[in-house]
Design a protein around this ligand. Structure first.
Ligand code: A2P
Length: 330
């Protein structure tokens, strides 16, 4: 397949190249694209140097699949043109996620929403992806009534500039700022812009995207997104209220049986998932599985994943694999 990568010079774009290599995605021709300031720069894919092109050049090459990870504005501007040219667009931005005609896909959860005619597929927000992988089987078995989510998100989730800010602060250097506050030795309850309802954009993504992916508009959800001085890997404390009663053994067994989930839950030996140890992994790690006795059918989980892998590039490439498989069907 001819693959275009829009945002090839970004953090997620770089990881997308590595995941395409690792998963041996059949790439006949590779077209890396970025903004005008990067045109002509080289990126390396499968040990070969490729010159970065403009998005217009990428479109003119008529790729089979375009992986977009260059922000919402770029996706809004170009995704439809690629789709109209017969390309399958897999978009990592929030531009198309709320569109009812665009599937929002986590391959372990709702691969059935991609059909032969699908042209634009939205990749969910990083914190939503890692959360719904373990939550989907719980919802199917017990019904989720309400979720209270608190996230602990790393700086790679914000992009290159945020990583640089944390590195500059640690080195005692002045530099460009991605955040309104120092991030080192700090944390702030602020991810994305504040909305009229007092929540941030990242918090509302968790609410709306979870409902769309689980096809459950009536789940009550509240979220607080916190940025922490961790380089990579997002963590989430998730409190669930379920419709049906459960046993912890059954939930633990269900998690162990869920594709894409690794259970790390042995508190007596200090074993629980941590962001430092999930780097480069495509699975979602679940621990601290325990009953919340303060409400009927209450459950607590601690969920950690590599936000650039499962949370972005890994999920996007998995979607590309589904799109390829669906298109090859008679
Ligand atoms: P560039 O490096 O030329 O700015 P990150 O989120 O890690 O900062 O990466 C963002 C990615 O999106 C980069 O590859 C960046 O390219 C790309 N990008 C940003 N704005 C545009 C644009 N207007 N057109 C095409 N690519 C863009």
């Amino acid at each position: 397949m001819v693959i275009a990568l829009i945002g090839a010079t970004g953090l997620v774009g770089e990881v997308m190249m590595r995941v395409l290599e690792e998963r041996k995605f059949p790439v006949k021709d590779f077209i890396p694209c970025a903004s005008a300031r990067s045109v002509g720069r080289e990126v390396f894919f499968r040990d070969k140097a490729y010159k970065v092109r403009s998005v217009e050049d990428g479109l003119a090459a008529r790729p089979d699949v375009a992986l977009f990870s260059a922000g919402s504005a770029t996706s809004k501007k170009y995704a439809e043109a690629f789709a109209n040219a017969g390309c399958v667009v897999i978009d990592n931005s929030s531009a198309w996620r709320a569109d009812p005609t665009v599937p929002l896909v986590v391959p372990e959860v709702n691969p059935h929403t991609v059909t032969k005619d699908t042209r634009i597929i939205a990749n969910p927000n990083c914190s939503t992806i890692q959360m719904v992988v373990p939550l989907a089987p719980i919802h199917r078995a017990y019904g989720i009534r309400r979720l209270v989510i608190s996230t602990y998100q790393s700086v790679t989730g914000t992009g290159v500039k945020a990583v640089q800010q944390l590195q500059d602060e640690r080195a005692g250097k002045e530099g460009e700022k991605a955040y309104p506050h120092p991030i080192d030795l700090n944390c702030f309850p602020h991810g994305g812009d504040f909305q009229d309802n007092g929540y941030t954009a990242e918090e509302m993504k968790l609410v709306n995207e979870t409902r769309k992916i689980l096809e459950a508009e009536d789940i009550r959800i509240t979220a607080t997104v916190v940025r922490i001085p961790v380089m990579g890997g997002h963590s989430e404390a998730v409190n669930l209220e379920l419709e049906k009663d459960f046993s912890l053994e059954a939930v633990r067994h269900l998690m162990q049986q869920t594709p894409g989930v690794v259970v790390q839950d042995d508190p007596a030996n200090n074993t629980y998932p941590m962001p430092r140890f999930v780097e480069g992994r495509d699975e979602v790690f679940v621990g601290r599985i325990r009953r919340d006795p303060s409400v009927p059918n209450g459950l607590d989980l601690w969920i950690v994943a590599d936000n650039l892998r499962k949370g972005a590039a890994g999920n996007a490439v998995q979607i590309a694999e589904i799109a390829r498989e669906v298109r090859s069907r008679k």
